[in-house]
Ligand binder design. Structure first.
Ligand code: NAP
Length: 540
């Protein structure tokens, strides 16, 4: 079967839920996935140390109480193998694999005669009236074009496409380029294996220790009992988790009390530190308080003051770039076999067959690890570059930055849905609950359209412009745009328009916007009925 009611691209958290939701609604659905199995980002990012920075009990589906009660997370912050095992379990439990074609790399999508025609790299095409792109925010790998990169004689690995068989790095001289979340998580583990590790850092990042530990049996029982309440609080919370900020602004709190609040968050660990105080991400004075606290911790951990200075960010308020979480990152630079190279002082000239040559030295390497990130938020979509009626192309509509309606729909591209797309909270929220909210909204719209005999649903250009303007204004109320460079801004990719892409207005607020559009009969959308011949899909 290559025709269905709905096509879903991707088998990560969002794609699997979309397929489940469509099948449960009685629709025929084909899921397309480039990897050989389910997992999405958790399939590919299996580098040493890969772990989620949101607590396991929150970073999991909420749509099925029996699933929620039956799965037991072993640790506070789940590691990649456990998250992948969870997604495989979900695929089995809801029998989702049979709707998928794996190893299918989608390269194009065209809307013609009321249907999306999706083309894969192997030449196969698939068609359906509705197309859900659950292609991920961090899936289009950034492979930097450094001079000589193809000449390197040793092994090359990308954290974002780590081999299924974990390479043995014992006794190897490893060079690692990139110090975002992935590099920072991998560094301590690689230093523990390798003979020598050289970390090439262009920009330092703030990283908060992740005090991971196993959940005790009592805690697991308590989590099960409290799940409904935990989800109820999360449903309209600002980040889709039950955590809030301190009850007072940093600037209204006495110094001693502030330090105590910061210590509490530091010890809780993870990304929550970025939201210790309600004004931390909107007022530079408040941000400075948290930033200076974190910088003091770097100086405490790292023995060599020059290295500590090199590891201290110089180009952004804390949290304006995605805060990282680690297990012993800073302390790694106290080891004899780990070295930091500050590329701002000593830029890379070229990669040679033997290693990395900077302006000052050549670092001999047997292995190079690229932790160089992604063409985030838009990359996976613009690489497909869907084309609508009259040849409207996504890349053209987004030439000056992503224009969306609710971060979910694009003017000129009917029946196309971008789950976790730019213009939605996505990476600023709990991605799992976020995917559930968006997929539910889309499926409700698809079912309404089918019930009313509507063949095309598409946002009005003025409605999309208004939403995009709202997204920009929400970002302007924060310190996010103040980062010199970040993937939130698209600034890590050459030639990409610099614009803050996620919706910073909060998950709960976003959800209320989605609810309001649906309850106002989809205000902002153009709903059309055309008499186009429709092949009738077979159900699987
Ligand atoms: P990233 O944050 O974009 O970091 C990429 C790193 O590579 C940056 O340090 C960047 O330097 C460097 N880089 C890129 N091109 C380079 C070049 N040509 N020469 C030298 N350095 C170069 O990517 P990431 O670490 O994969 O993380 C992306 C996001 O994925 C995270 O922010 C997070 O949202 C998510 N993630 C989450 C977890 C978790 O849950 N714990 C783990 C991993 C990833 P510049 O900063 O100077 O550009």
């Amino acid at each position: 079967m290559t025709d269905a009611d709905v096509l879903v691209i991707g088998a990560g958290f969002a794609g699997l839920y979309a397929v489940h939701r469509a099948v449960s609604a009685g629709l025929s659905v084909i899921g397309l996935e480039a990897a050989p199995d389910v997992g999405g980002t958790w399939y590919w990012n299996r580098y040493p140390g890969a772990r989620c920075d949101v607590e396991s009990v929150d970073y999991s589906y909420s749509f099925d109480e029996a699933l929620q009660q039956s799965w037991t997370w072993s640790e506070r912050f789940a590691a990649q193998p456990e998250i992948l095992a969870y997604l495989r379990h979900v695929a089995d439990r809801f029998d989702l694999r049979r709707h998928y074609r794996f190893g299918v790399d989608v390269i194009a999508a065209d809307f013609d005669a009321g249907r999306w025609h999706v083309r894969a790299a192997d030449g196969q095409t698939y068609a359906a009236p509705f197309l859900l792109c659950a292609t991920g925010c961090l899936s289009a790998v950034n492979r930097p074009d450094i001079s000589g990169v193809d000449d390197f004689a040793g092994d090359v690995y990308f954290t974002a496409a780590w081999p299924r068989e974990d390479p043995d790095l014992h006794g190897k001289r490893v060079g690692l380029i990139g110090t975002g979340s992935s590099g920072i998580q991998a560094v301590p583990l690689i230093a523990g294996q390798a003979e020598r590790l050289v970390v090439f850092q262009r920009s330092a990042n703030y990283s908060i220790p992740m005090p991971n530990r196993p959940w005790s049996a009592e805690e697991q029982q308590q989590i099960r009992e409290e799940y409904p309440e935990r989800r109820r609080i999360s449903a309209y919370a600002s980040a889709g988790t039950p955590h809030g900020t301190y009850h007072k602004k940093a600037v209204d709190t006495e110094p001693q009390e502030r330090v105590e609040a910061l210590w509490r968050r530091w010890r809780e660990g993870g990304v929550l530190f970025a939201k210790t105080f309600p004004d931390q991400n909107s007022d530079l004075a408040a941000n400075d308080i948290a930033r200076e606290f974190a910088e003091e911790r770097i100086r405490e951990i790292v023995h060599d003051p020059v290295i500590a200075t090199d590891l201290t960010p110089v180009d952004h308020p804390i949290g304006a770039k995605r805060i990282c979480t680690d297990t012993g990152y800073y302390a790694t630079f106290n080891r004899d076999n780990a070295r930091l190279v500050n590329l701002r002082r000593e830029p890379i000239d070229a990669i040679t067959p033997e290693g990395v040559r900077t302006s000052d030295a050549t670092y001999l390497c047997d292995v190079l690890v690229f932790a160089t990130g992604f063409d985030a938020l838009t990359g996976a979509l613009t690489r497909i570059d869907p084309s609508g009626p009259g040849g409207v192309r996504l890349r053209d509509v987004w030439a000056e930055g992503p224009v969306t309606f609710l971060g979910l729909m694009v003017p000129g591209l009917p029946n196309l849905f971008t789950i976790s797309g730019p213009g939605s909270p996505s990476v600023l929220a709990n991605m799992v609950l976020h995917a559930e909210v968006q997929v539910d909204w889309v499926m409700e719209l698809v079912l309404t359209a089918r019930r009313l005999g509507l063949t095309e649903v598409e946002p009005r250009r003025d409605a999309a412009d208004a939403w995009t303007d709202h997204v920009t204004k929400a970002a302007e109320r924060t310190l996010f745009p103040k980062a010199a460079s970040s993937w939130y801004l698209g600034a890590n990719i050459e030639g990409k328009k610099r614009i803050f892409m996620p919706y910073a207005g909060g998950f709960g607020t976003y959800r209320r916007h989605c609810d309001a559009v649906a309850s106002q009969n989809y205000a902002g959308l153009v709903l059309t009925t055309r008499n186009t011949p429709q092949p009738s899909p077979t159900r699987e």
